[in-house]
Design a protein. Structure first.
Length: 268
C-alpha cells in the first residue's frame, strides 16, 4: 500500500492518496481549485517509511493553475483511477476539492456527516429530509434513512462503524472535533487516518460549533490510543506520528502517558 500526501489550501490541510496497485482512494481532498501553487514537482519530498516525518511521499502545494492539477498529474503518472473519496469530517478545508473530483471521476463520497462547516459558520445540510454533504454544486453524499453512508451511482450503501469496511479501512466514529468525525484504520498495514481528531503531539480543537472536548478525549482514549504502538498516524494537519509516540508523549493525553513503551524505530 502506497501513501501520497498533498498539502492543500491556506490551512495546510493534508490530503492523502492511498493506492494498492492501480486502485486508490482519496482521503480529505482539501484542494482549493482557485489557489495556484508552484510548478508541479516543486517542493516535493520523497522518503522511505523509516525515519521520515511523513513515512511516504509529500507534495507541498499541488501546483499549476490550481491545486488540483498536481493531483491529476500524479494520478496520471502512476496510472491510478480513484474509486472513492473518504472524508474524516465535514470542515470546509477538508472538502474543497470534492465537487471537482466527483464531477471528473464520478466516484462516491464516504461520510458520516449531517452538516458542513463553511467560513460563514455551521450550515445544516438537509435536502428532502436527508442529511448529507452539501457542496456548492449540490448534495453529493447522501444517507440511507438516518444512517451515515456513501452514495454510489447505483444505490446508497450504509457505512456505519463496525458494520463493514470502506475500501479496506475500518470506519471508527470519533466525535469531538466535530460530531461527524471518523477515523479510517487498516489493521493489516498498521495505518490510521485521524483527520482532526489526533495530531502529532496535539489533538483537534473543540471550540468550533459542534465541538466537544470531553467527547474527543473519550474517542481518543477508548478507540485509538490502545491500537498497536506501531500504528502509523496520518493526521489532517502537520506531521505523521505513531500510536506509541502519542501514547508516551502527547501532552493532551496526560496523565495517560506511558514513557516505558519503546518506539518501534528507536533503541532502548
Amino acid at each position: 500500500m502506497k501513501i501520497k500526501r498533498f498539502v492543500c489550501n491556506a490551512f495546510q490541510e493534508n490530503c492523502y492518496v492511498v493506492s494498492d496497485g492501480s486502485r486508490c482512494v482519496i482521503i480529505d481532498p482539501g484542494f482549493d481549485p482557485g489557489q495556484a501553487g508552484p510548478a508541479p514537482g516543486a517542493n516535493a519530498k520523497t522518503g522511505a517509511f523509516a525515519g521520515e516525518p511523513f513515512f511516504g511521499e509529500t507534495v507541498k502545494d499541488a501546483g499549476g493553475a490550481g491545486e488540483l492539477d498536481g493531483l491529476y498529474s500524479y494520478l496520471d503518472a502512476e496510472g491510478l483511477r480513484p474509486e472513492a473519496i473518504l472524508l474524516t469530517h465535514s470542515h470546509w478545508d477538508h472538502i474543497l476539492g470534492v465537487p471537482a473530483l466527483v464531477e471528473r471521476f464520478g466516484i462516491p463520497v464516504i461520510s458520516a456527516t449531517t452538516s458542513l462547516q463553511t467560513p460563514e459558520g455551521l450550515v445544516s445540510c438537509l435536502e428532502g429530509g436527508e442529511p448529507g454533504v452539501q457542496t456548492p454544486e449540490g448534495l453529493v453524499s447522501c444517507l440511507e434513512g438516518s444512517k451515515p453512508g456513501v452514495q454510489t451511482p447505483e444505490r446508497p450503501i450504509s457505512c456505519l462503524e463496525g458494520e463493514n469496511e470502506a475500501w479496506g479501512f475500518k470506519v471508527i466514529a470519533t466525535p469531538g472535533h466535530t460530531p461527524d468525525s471518523v477515523c479510517y484504520y487498516n489493521e493489516t498495514e498498521h495505518i490510521l487516518f485521524t483527520g482532526d481528531t489526533l495530531f502529532a503531539g496535539s489533538i483537534g480543537r473543540t471550540d468550533l460549533p459542534g465541538g466537544d472536548y470531553d467527547s474527543e478525549i473519550r474517542s481518543i482514549m477508548e478507540k485509538l490510543i490502545f491500537l498497536p504502538g506501531e500504528t502509523e498516524i496520518y493526521p489532517g494537519h502537520g506531521p505523521a506520528s505513531t500510536i506509541a509516540r502519542e501514547r508516551a508523549e502527547n501532552p493532551f493525553l496526560e496523565p495517560f502517558n506511558e514513557r516505558e513503551e519503546i518506539f518501534p524505530d528507536e533503541e532502548k
